[in-house]
Write a protein that binds this ligand. Structure first.
Ligand code: NAD
Length: 353
């Protein structure tokens, strides 16, 4: 993109995004997706590593004044090129940077999980409300046609009422020295990181909120590596109508499944359910066939359009907080061995679509 193109972006009312945190997800997914967006574009970057910022500057033709460090980040308030700040940092840093972005008067997208505590989520929502800016969570799967189909089949009861759900999301986490294995940085283990997609998938497929959870930690195969966070976890989510969801997450086992069993048939995403690409699904009538999309491009474009059109995101901060509440209940159930009741407040756009 050349400088003239950057100026055209402004003329075309495309909104400028600044990515905060230039790690794997920004580098491999969000940056490339921002080359495909129609309503927003990459206008700035924020990182402690100046070299990295300069590499991004070259690749995306960023202006000198649009490169920030974490220390001078608050100066972004006077930068007219930046409309949206996208926080892509380790989980425990989300709260600080979302509130700083809100105070700077910028709309915010925050990566999942929204924060490492419900209190932090509330603080983030309050800060955005006070500043009059919008807040969305990086829940990219709401923009994927395979997941939209699970929502449609479940919520519209195409195969009758959903009676049972199964959701599994696990991976080999790799390197033992990463922040994902540090309790303070991550807030927890695979449940916070990838299990959260099971919670999401179950809720939007069923189209209802769980009323209680039961859970247990899996026995650690590598207690040294997983000395601060769980290695794996299995849990159940119960719904008011008697439906139950059986879920599992892991940092040592590859798993990918979202399945619903209904009165008159079943439907599922497998063997690839929650990834960026290569999703596949079928129903009791045969395979699903959807065109692959760039989830993150659709997600960011929709947020930009929310701002332009003055509507709320379908994946708002309240949804992020609701999920952190459920994750905390699952941890409590696993720790105590007891069923934990949930009293979740519905909000607008509860399950989307
Ligand atoms: P990463 O470790 O690759 O990148 C983290 C970035 O934060 C790096 O640029 C690092 O320099 C910076 N950083 C600043 N302070 C740090 C500190 N104290 N410790 C470690 N890093 C620090 O992580 P990632 O995979 O890019 O994940 C970042 C966030 O994005 C997480 O919240 C994660 O859950 C989320 N994520 C979401 C998806 C998705 O599909 N929506 C996918 C991957 C990651």
């Amino acid at each position: 993109m050349d400088m003239a193109k950057q100026d055209r972006n402004k003329e075309q009312k495309r909104l400028g995004i600044a990515l905060v945190g230039l790690g794997t997800y920004s580098e491999q997914e969000l940056g490339p997706a921002l080359k495909e967006t129609n309503h927003c574009y990459l206008a700035g970057v924020v990182s402690s590593e100046r070299d990295k910022c300069e590499q991004w500057q070259k690749e995306y033709n960023l202006k000198d004044e649009n490169l920030y460090s974490y220390d001078d980040f608050d100066e972004i308030s006077s930068n007219k090129d930046i409309d949206i700040v996208y926080v892509v940092l380790p989980n425990d840093m989300h709260a600080e940077f979302v509130t700083r972005a809100a105070k700077a008067g910028k709309h915010v997208i925050c990566e999942k999980p929204m924060a490492t505590s419900v209190e932090d989520c509330q603080r983030m929502i309050d800060a955005c409300r006070e500043a009059g800016v919008k807040l969305a969570i990086g829940y990219r799967l709401h923009y994927d046609p395979y997941h939209q189909e699970m929502m449609r089949l479940g919520q519209d009861e195409v195969y009758g009422k959903v009676k049972k759900l199964i959701a599994k999301n696990g991976m080999d986490v790799g390197d033992e020295n990463q922040w994902r294995l540090d309790r303070e940085d991550a807030g927890g283990g695979p449940l916070m990181d990838v299990g959260i997609y099971c919670v999401q998938g179950v809720i939007y497929t069923k189209g209802a909120l769980p009323v209680s959870v039961t859970a247990r930690f899996t026995k650690k195969q590598d207690p040294e590596k997983f000395d601060e966070v769980e290695e794996g976890l299995t849990w159940e989510m119960q719904f008011a109508d008697g439906t139950e969801a059986f879920c599992e997450t892991s940092y040592v086992k590859e798993q990918n499944l979202l399945r619903a069993e209904a009165e008159n048939g079943w439907f599922e995403l497998a063997p690839v359910a929650y990834e960026y690409r290569g999703l596949s699904g079928r129903t009791s009538d045969g395979p699903m066939n959807f065109k692959e999309v760039r989830q993150q491009a659709l997600q960011m474009d929709d947020f930009a359009r929310c701002i332009i059109e003055g509507r709320e995101s379908i994946v708002p901060g309240e949804m992020g907080m609701r999920d952190v509440q459920i994750l905390e209940a699952i941890y409590e159930a696993a720790r105590t061995g007891k069923k934990v009741e949930l009293h979740l407040e519905p909000f607008e756009n509860l399950v989307e679509m």
